[in-house]
Structure formats: structure tokens, C-alpha cells
Design a protein around this ligand. Structure first.
Ligand code: AMP
Ligand code: GLY
Length: 421
């Protein structure tokens, strides 16, 4: 079959890499793609937020199946446009993508479903929000309601920080995303990510992971999109997994179906776990980046069969073949990220990698210029490896990262420290 993947990050490179290993895939196109993706698939320039353009492209190229990587096209309703045109698609429609696109929507769904999450309140003006913060005290969490590219969450340890966040949000720092604000109870515990496929009815777990959001060693410094990840997450024991499915995931999926907007696609369940009790931090309606790189490394070619079963509503027949393995992704970012950084720097040492089923250098923000790979974003590469235990996966991932010749790049040296300690 002919397959189109929308997106250009490490997540999409990882999905493309897994899909390419499956004999069902005859032709793979990724739009817009990056320099690494261009080595294994055709790349196409396409405005992936323009549903009509995506449908037209898919029809012209006889695409049988579209996999949507990032949240923006999902929130824009691109999956709905494809479905209306009779094209098979992996990813939720606009109504179900609200689980990521609006924090308030998710909180209301949790309340309706009885799913445990932080206590919350919503505000559309600053003064009542400030009063609420003064009444509750710190620590407290302030969130812009809408999509803010991972930047709309302020975990305030001091009340002054929370009040300043309110000022920023209502003065338009986060654009339309900050016109409404959700204020939440601060939750303690250990975070983990849980990934399930859902076809509107059946829920199929496909893996757990933990990522490192802070830029600096020991999980310090500013937040990023994620500096590394590993899978599985040791904190996701069988008991925690069962509790998450029973109390959070299945009730949420049932509530979405009851409202006439069933969720189909991958649900990224962000959890806070304290004393073995999971509570929901947030949902995302797509794979995490770089968590996806670890999941694809572990799933391999069967990933395509699972995504197809999900899109075709056949998840009740699908099975995941688990290997007792571990994977790690170490992100190599441009010096200065998540602040300002240079682009267009030549990256060497990328040739001659043994791209096998144990190690893979996934590209994120890269481009080709005069036949050379250059940096083109903040998070640039994801050195990813698999092993029989996390230590083996880590050693391989860092050995791969250390072969990159790029003075303007850096990576954290302690990915996985919590699990390895
Ligand atoms: P989100 O974008 O909602 O995942 O939030 C980003 C990060 O903020 C999460 O990964 C958590 O580390 C933290 N966070 C969000 N909400 C809470 C909360 N209610 N309590 C504690 N930490 C939180
Ligand atoms: N790594 C977190 C995310 O993809 O949102």
C-alpha cells in the first residue's frame, strides 16, 4: 500500500522507519519530512494544516493510508477531511482532538468520567484568577487552555510566579491559547507516559515511557519538548497500568463515545503516580516526541499493523508482540535550545551508521543543503537504541550520540538516571 505520514520531527522519522520495515508498505511519502526521512522515503512539500490540500495530494498520489504525526493538523480537522474523502487515516478528528487542544475540555471530561486528576478551576479574566491563587496558595499550576507548543504550563512553586503567569497569559503572551486559563492543584509524585491505541471502542496498550523535559542534568533548568526518553517506565507496574486503564482511560473513552465524538488514534496519557495511585496530568492525541522513537524501536514493523487495525476499527483482533526489551532516545539539540540557537550548521559523522534493529539515528530538526545535513531546529537528532536492559540500551544510545560531529550541539548525559539509579 501507499502510505503518507504528515510531520517532520523525530517522531515522524521513527514512525517512517518502522513502517518501512513492514512488507505491506510499497511506497512511503512523508510531508514535509526532514533530511533523515529523505534517506528512507520520498518527501513532499505540503501545507499539512490545509485539509483540502492534503486530501488532494493523497488522491493524486493514490495514497491508501495517512498517518498524522503532530497535534496541529489533528486540531485543525485534517483527519476529518481525509475521512470525508474516503481515505483511511490514523488520528482523531477535530472533536476528539479537543482532549489535547483544550485543557478545560479534558478537565470536564475527567469530571464526567470520574477520572482522578488535579482539582481545578477555569478563568477568562485575570482578577478572579488572582483571587483564586491567593486563596489556594503555592505551589500551584497555571495553564493556558489552548495549544501552546508545550510552553503554556507554569508550575509555580511561589505565589508570585503564579500571579505573574496570570499577567502574562491575559496580556496575550500565549495568543488565543491563553484567553482562558486553567488553574490546578500541584500534584506530587513520579511522572510517566502511557500510550494506548483506541478505535472508538477497544483500548490497546502499546507501551510506557518516561521523558526528561528539563534541559539540564538532574532535571534542572527550563522546560523543553523533551531531551530524552526511555521505555518501559519502571513506575508503570502491572497494578498501576490496570488502575490507569480502569479509572482513567476506559472511562474517558466511554465518555467521548457517549458524547458522539469517539476517540480514534493514539492517546498519550500523561500521569502522576504517588503511592501507586495514578492521576491524570494531561492527554495528548498523538505520540510523544521523543517517546515515540523508543516505542517504534521496540515495536518495529508490527507498528504499521497496529496503526492499520486502529484506523480500520479492528483493534479487538489486534495483539502486540512484546519483547522483554528496553529502549532509550538521547536528544541532541542546538546549543541555546530551548532559547535562541543557530541554524544551518553542518553536522558530520552521520554516514556509515549501522541502521539496524538495535540502533537508529532519528533526525528531527535537520535539512539537506548542498548535499550536507545541516541543523534546522532546536532538537536536531535522536540517538536511539534498544537492549535487553536499560543499561545496554543507554550504552548503545550514547555510543551513537558520541559519533556525531557537531560542535554546536549538546545532549544531556544522564537520560534514564531515575530508572538506572
Ligand atoms: P502538560 O503540558 O500539561 O504536560 O504540563 C507540563 C508539565 O508540567 C508536566 O509534564 C508536569 O511535569 C507539570 N505539571 C502539569 N500539571 C501539573 C500538576 N497539576 N501538578 C504538578 N505538575 C504538573
Ligand atoms: N515529549 C513530550 C511530548 O511529546 O509532548
Amino acid at each position: 500500500m501507499n502510505i503518507l505520514i504528515l510531520g517532520s520531527g523525530g517522531r515522524e522519522h521513527a514512525i517512517a522507519w518502522a513502517v518501512m520495515q513492514n512488507p505491506k508498505c510499497d511506497r512511503l511519502i512523508v510531508a514535509p519530512g526532514n533530511a533523515g526521512i529523505a534517506m528512507i522515503a520520498d518527501c513532499a512539500a505540503l501545507d499539512i494544516l490545509d485539509g483540502a490540500a492534503v486530501v488532494q495530494f493523497a488522491e493524486e498520489n493514490a495514497v491508501d493510508f495517512v498517518i498524522i504525526g503532530p497535534e496541529a493538523p489533528l486540531a485543525a480537522g485534517v483527519a476529518d477531511d481525509l475521512r470525508s474523502a474516503g481515505i483511511l487515516v490514523f488520528g482523531p478528528g477535530k472533536a476528539a482532538a479537543m482532549l489535547e487542544a483544550s485543557k478545560r475540555f479534558t478537565k470536564e471530561i475527567c469530571d464526567a468520567a470520574g477520572a482522578p486528576t488535579a482539582a481545578w478551576a477555569r478563568f477568562d479574566s485575570a482578577e478572579p484568577a488572582r483571587d483564586y491563587i491567593r486563596q489556594k496558595g503555592a505551589p500551584i499550576v497555571v495553564k493556558a487552555d489552548g495549544l501552546a507548543a508545550g510552553k503554556g504550563v507554569i508550575v509555580a512553586m511561589e505565589m508570585s510566579e503564579a500571579l505573574a503567569a496570570i499577567d502574562d497569559m491575559f496580556s496575550g503572551e500565549f495568543g488565543a491559547a491563553g484567553a482562558e486559563v486553567v488553574i490546578e492543584e500541584f500534584m506530587q509524585g513520579e511522572e510517566a507516559s502511557f500510550f494506548v491505541l483506541c478505535d472508538g471502542e477497544t483500548v490497546l496498550p502499546i507501551g510506557t515511557a518516561q521523558d526528561h523535559k528539563r534541559v539540564g542534568a538532574g532535571d534542572t533548568g527550563p522546560n523543553t519538548g523533551g531531551m530524552g526518553a526511555y521505555s518501559p517506565a519502571p513506575v508503570m507496574t502491572d497494578a498501576v497500568t490496570e488502575a490507569t486503564l480502569a479509572r482513567i482511560v476506559r472511562p474517558t473513552m466511554a465518555e467521548m463515545a457517549r458524547r458522539g465524538t469517539p476517540f480514534t488514534g493514539v492517546l498519550f496519557v500523561g500521569l502522576m503516580i504517588e503511592n501507586g495511585q495514578p492521576r491524570l496530568v494531561e492527554y495528548n492525541v498523538r505520540f510523544g516526541d521523543p517517546e515515540c522513537q523508543c516505542l517504534m524501536m521496540r515495536l518495529g514493523a508490527q507498528a504499521l499493523d497496529l496503526l492499520l487495525a486502529c484506523a480500520e476499527g479492528r483493534l479487538s483482533e489486534a495483539r502486540v508482540n512484546w519483547a522483554e526489551d528496553h529502549a532509550m532516545c538521547v536528544v541532541i539539540a542546538a546549543e541555546g535550545y530551548p532559547g535562541t540557537y543557530a541554524k544551518g550548521e553542518v553536522i558530520g559523522g552521520l554516514e556509515g551508521f549501522e541502521a539496524d534493529s538495535f540502533t537508529m539515528m532519528f533526525h528531527a530538526g535537520t535539512a539537506l543543503r548542498n548535499g550536507k545535513v545541516v541543523s534546522a531546529g532546536g532538537r536536531v537528532l535522536g540517538a536511539t537504541a534498544r537492549g535487553s536492559d536499560l543499561r545496554a540500551a543507554r550504552d548503545r544510545a550514547y555510543a551513537l550520540a558520541d559519533r556525531v560531529e557537531w560542535p554546536g550541539g549538546f545532549c544531556r548525559r544522564d537520560i534514564g538516571w531515575r530508572a538506572l539509579d
